[in-house]
Design a protein. Structure first.
Length: 315
């Protein structure tokens, strides 16, 4: 997997020279406008460091589990961490959406109420939904792009209430949903994933496995609405409550990020305490790869791990 040393040296020099040239041009621009920002130099440093530190594959130090899957060939190019069960975090929403799509239609209307919003765990990532009406599709987009826990709870509440009817508390509806979800995971063969009593992934007890994550990610990516929303740095919807514009949690999509990669097409991140997950759909020259990094020790680590796989395995 390691590149020829001479080739690697030439590549590093080229990358370093290119970045320096970009930095020089930008500095001249700042000088002419009289604008001086320390953040600019910090961003340039991050970009240089990111380029130079991802030219060798060193996955075991970056994550508990890591894989690179060639979608066209239907085979793994790299697979590490089969015995691990990392914290699932917000990747739990992929399983929730998979299950929900067997229960509801994208055009169905969900009425979000304050009772269910009050159940969302403190400190959660939010879509900042307001009380009112949304389509199932909009709620799922709110789960995928900003990773809204409020959206996940609202979807769970809606499905459970449809099945149980009136007369239950929001907590009882959520508990019913997660119980049914757990049974679905077993039936569908996601046998190494346990989400417990939270439909958003906001539980330290919830864990998963590479096989389950990769399978559900590939399944959901076949839906056009999923491809559309997870592949954009920002995504907007128009609802009766007004317009919502969300920032995607995937920094590979952000042109202003040092991690930006034009060939990344989605799909989802997940963060819990010091455990950082990411699932990436990488497309280049007509070929597609699913790259999954689970339980990296830092936010930067997951991006470096994925980029190093792109640089050394996929090339």
């Amino acid at each position: 997997m390691k590149k020829n040393r001479k080739y690697k040296k030439i590549k590093i020099i080229m990358v370093f020279t290119t970045v320096l040239l970009i930095a020089f041009v930008a500095v001249v621009g700042l000088y002419k406008t009289g604008i001086y920002r320390f953040d600019f130099f910090k961003d340039v440093y991050k970009k240089i460091d990111f380029q130079l530190s991802t030219n060798e594959l060193n996955i075991p130090q970056d994550a508990l589990s890591f894989s690179v899957y060639d979608i066209e060939q239907g085979e793994y190019l790299f697979y590490e961490g089969d015995s691990q069960l990392p914290t699932v975090a917000s990747l739990a929403k992929l399983f929730v959406i998979d299950y929900a799509l067997t229960k509801v239609n994208l055009e169905d209307v969900i009425e979000v109420n304050q009772e269910v919003l009050d159940l969302v765990p403190a400190g959660s990532s939010l879509a900042n939904l307001k009380v009112g009406k949304y389509t199932v599709k909009e709620i799922m987009e709110a789960m995928l792009v900003p990773s809204g826990n409020d959206a996940a709870y609202s979807l769970a509440y809606y499905i459970a209430k449809n099945e149980l009817g009136e007369g239950y508390t929001a907590t009882e509806y959520i508990n019913y949903f997660t119980t049914e979800l757990s049974e679905y995971l077993i039936e569908e063969g996601y046998s190494k994933t346990n989400l417990y009593n939270d439909p958003s992934g906001a539980s330290m007890s919830a864990d998963t496995h590479l096989d389950d994550i990769n399978r559900v990610a590939l399944k959901l990516y076949n839906y056009d609405f999923v491809k559309e929303c997870v592949g954009k740095s920002t995504f907007s919807i128009q609802t009766p409550q007004g317009e919502f514009t969300w920032k995607n949690t995937n920094k590979f999509l952000d042109k202003k990020s040092p991690y930006y990669n034009e060939n990344v097409k989605g799909i989802k991140t997940g963060t819990m305490a010091s455990s950082y997950n990411i699932v990436v759909l990488y497309k280049k020259d007509g070929k597609e790869y699913l790259i999954t990094c689970l339980a990296s020790l830092s936010d930067e680590g997951r991006y470096k791990a994925v980029q190093s796989a792109i640089n050394t395995i996929i090339k």
